[in-house]
Design a protein around this ligand. Structure first.
Ligand SMILES: [Zn+2]
Length: 255
């Protein structure tokens, strides 16, 4: 049977996600922004958590760690480079590590940029990924601990996953991201359509995630460094891909 997903809002705009494998009866928690809504999701689904997987050390991704561990006792995994800042961590993982999840294999992919040790989690057989605060719908994370070329290399890795990979991200930032995307890619009709759909969803407080790699390749300016129209808007026709990315990130920070 395919994996089941339960996605819900925590705090104000963070996402909590549970992933359940009906065959092995194992359940992942991806990040722990807040204990209460995660407990509510566990009770609603009846799924018993077997692992908590952390993408990065920020408080709005680990705040529920100790409370959840006390309740459910599942091991907590987090990025090796950030282990000292991840409450209750049992096992550290890093680029290239794999974890078994029933018949599935979870691949740990190092995606620094937002934080220096940030990892994303990719389950190729399920065409499913979790990018924390690296990739967002039509956006990417702020560069709090790294220079732009580091994030560029991380996004390049993500951009190579199959187009039909379903991607869960750490935050509901899509509407604001769409406004910036339209400002640098105004002629992109796929983006215009998507932005309208996002406005409609947000008007009724619906979630705009998950997304897919294909939708991001078509509409996310932070994966479209090679696009001639975006390069034209920026006046950077002959710049490097990494240079275009850095300029986009700089403009978004000031947007
Ligand atoms: Zn963060």
């Amino acid at each position: 049977m395919p994996l089941s997903i339960e996605q819900f809002i925590c705090r104000s705009d963070n996402y909590g996600v549970l992933v359940h494998d009906p065959d092995s009866e194992q359940t992942l928690i991806i990040d722990a922004p807040e204990e209460k809504p995660i407990v509510a999701a566990i009770e609603r689904t009846g799924w018993k958590p077997t692992m908590l997987l952390i993408t990065h050390h920020h408080a709005d991704h680990v705040a529920g760690n100790l409370g959840l561990k006390q309740r459910y006792g599942m091991p907590i995994y987090g990025p090796a480079a950030e282990r000292d800042n991840i409450p209750g961590i049992d096992e550290a993982y890093d680029d290239g590590h794999t974890l078994s999840f029933g018949a599935y294999t979870i691949h740990v992919v190092s995606t620094p940029g937002h934080t220096a040790g940030h990892v994303s989690l990719f389950i190729p057989e399920a065409k499913l990924a979790f990018t924390g605060d690296t990739l967002f719908a039509m956006g990417c994370g702020r560069l709090l601990e790294c220079q732009p070329p580091v994030m560029f290399e991380s996004l390049k890795k993500i951009a190579e996953w199959p187009r039909d990979t379903v991607v869960h991200c750490g935050h509901e930032y899509t509407e604001a991201n769409a406004r910036f995307a339209r400002s640098v890619d105004p002629e992109n009709e796929v983006l215009q359509r998507r932005a309208k759909e996002v406005e409609r969803l947000r008007a009724s407080k619906e979630m705009t995630l998950p997304t897919t790699i294909g939708d991001e390749l078509d509409t996310n300016p932070f994966l479209r460094w090679a696009d001639p129209a975006i390069r034209g808007t920026l006046g950077m026709e002959d710049a490097t891909d990494s240079g275009v990315f850095a300029e986009l990130r700089r403009r978004k920070d000031a947007f």
